[in-house]
Design a protein around this ligand. Structure first.
Ligand code: NAD
Ligand code: TYD
Length: 329
């Protein structure tokens, strides 16, 4: 008998990529998706897998016990991707972040006490460590989140730890770097800039454009998560990075270069309040489990930009919604 897996937030960016990987894994029998389908989630992201007999889709809210309880019944592995995920939105509406990212996790953990999954993988982020001026931090570093988003994710990590220690919920935490790849909502840097460039609009870099992120290809991240489910140790935290640290301005220039657009489409705008300068995690621990990023950055970055460019209509539709947020509508 293969594993039965619940993927919350499976209609979002990383979740939908992860679902695709699970469907192809012969040791997995059932992939149940629980997703509220917020602005960030879409069944379009799952188009190619929804007809697969292994896949079940349930629309529901992780913060609602009556939605989440039936979804967790009979499940071996819970993988919680469901979250409000955009820093800029957390500056405007922190309440929704507290509700989904903290209360939602509490509800799932409570249910896990009853339904007793073998593993509960909480998808966290490198942003919980806050800005890292130099070097890279391992899993024991202090949490110093800067935004309501990262504070809500750090709180969820703490709750997970408490439910592990107090009630024995078999929690594992994964803290990933910034992901890039297909199916990301165009409020985030890469798809947003591709979309604006295609429309002939300026690319707004916050501040001096020199903030640094470590860019991890989404499939590498998903492979790491699957490995953690299979070989990781309950109670552990695993950082997942790529060693691809790039300034935002480099990312913007690369996008313009790939699309054959001029560099003067870049513009500098007011900085994001509390904007973390740099993230960098040390991922020796997951390396020791046998994982390495496989993606060649230049190649996968180019492929990703072209993936969005080929879906110009899809992108334009999503981008119209996303830009309403930026215009304050
Ligand atoms: P996303 O915004 O693309 O997707 C989030 C999904 O969760 C959507 O499908 C949405 O409908 C669903 N959702 C939101 N609230 C829900 C609720 N209350 N109940 C059920 N479903 C709900 O996010 P993403 O970029 O795919 O991120 C997934 C997870 O990975 C998040 O937990 C995020 O914190 C974490 N993470 C993301 C990155 C990144 O670079 N994108 C990096 C590190 C960690
Ligand atoms: P984002 O994709 O929102 O991810 P995160 O803030 O979680 O790292 O942003 C990535 C970087 O790009 C971050 O330093 C903020 C910056 N950024 C811009 O400069 N302009 C933009 O329009 C966006 C969306 C992001």
């Amino acid at each position: 008998m293969g594993r039965k897996v619940l993927v919350t937030g499976g209609a979002g960016f990383i979740g939908s990529n992860f679902v695709r990987m699970l469907v192809d894994d012969p040791t997995v029998d059932l992939v149940r998706i629980l997703d509220k389908l917020t602005y960030a989630g879409s069944l379009d992201n799952l188009e190619d897998v929804l007809g697969n007999p292994k896949v079940e889709f349930v629309r529901g809210d992780i913060a609602n016990y009556d939605d989440a309880h039936p979804a967790m019944e009979g499940i071996d592995w819970v993988v919680n991707f469901a979250a409000e995920s955009h820093v800029d939105r957390s500056l405007r509406n922190p309440a929704e972040f507290v509700r989904t990212n903290i209360e939602g996790v509490r509800v799932l953990l409570e249910i896990a006490r009853e339904t007793k999954p073998e593993r509960f993988l909480q998808i966290s982020t490198d942003e919980v460590y806050g800005s890292i001026a130099e070097g890279c931090v391992d899993e024991t570093a202090q949490l110093r989140p800067s935004s309501p988003y990262s504070a809500s994710k750090a709180s969820a990590d703490m709750l997970c730890n408490a439910y592990l220690t107090t009630f024995g919920v078999p929690v594992i935490i994964a803290r990933s770097a910034n992901n890039y790849g297909p199916y990301q909502y165009p409020e985030k840097l890469i798809p947003r800039f591709v979309s604006l460039a295609l429309k002939g609009e300026k690319l707004p870099l916050y501040g001096d454009g020199r903030n640094i992120r470590d860019w991890l290809y989404v499939e590498d991240n998903c492979r790491a998560l699957l490995l953690i489910l299979k070989k990781g140790k309950v109670g552990e935290i695993y950082n997942i990075g790529a060693g691809e640290l790039h300034q935002n301005i480099e990312i913007a220039r690369k996008i313009l270069d790939i699309l054959g657009k001029p560099e003067d489409m870049i513009t500098f705008v007011a900085d994001r309040p509390g904007h973390d300068r740099r993230y960098c995690v040390n991922w020796d621990k997951i390396r020791a489990l046998g994982w390495e990023p496989q993606a060649k950055f230049e190649e996968k970055f180019r492929e990703t930009v072209l993936w969005y460019a080929r879906r110009e209509q899809w992108l334009a539709k999503k981008s119209e919604e996303a830009e309403k947020f930026y215009r304050g509508q």
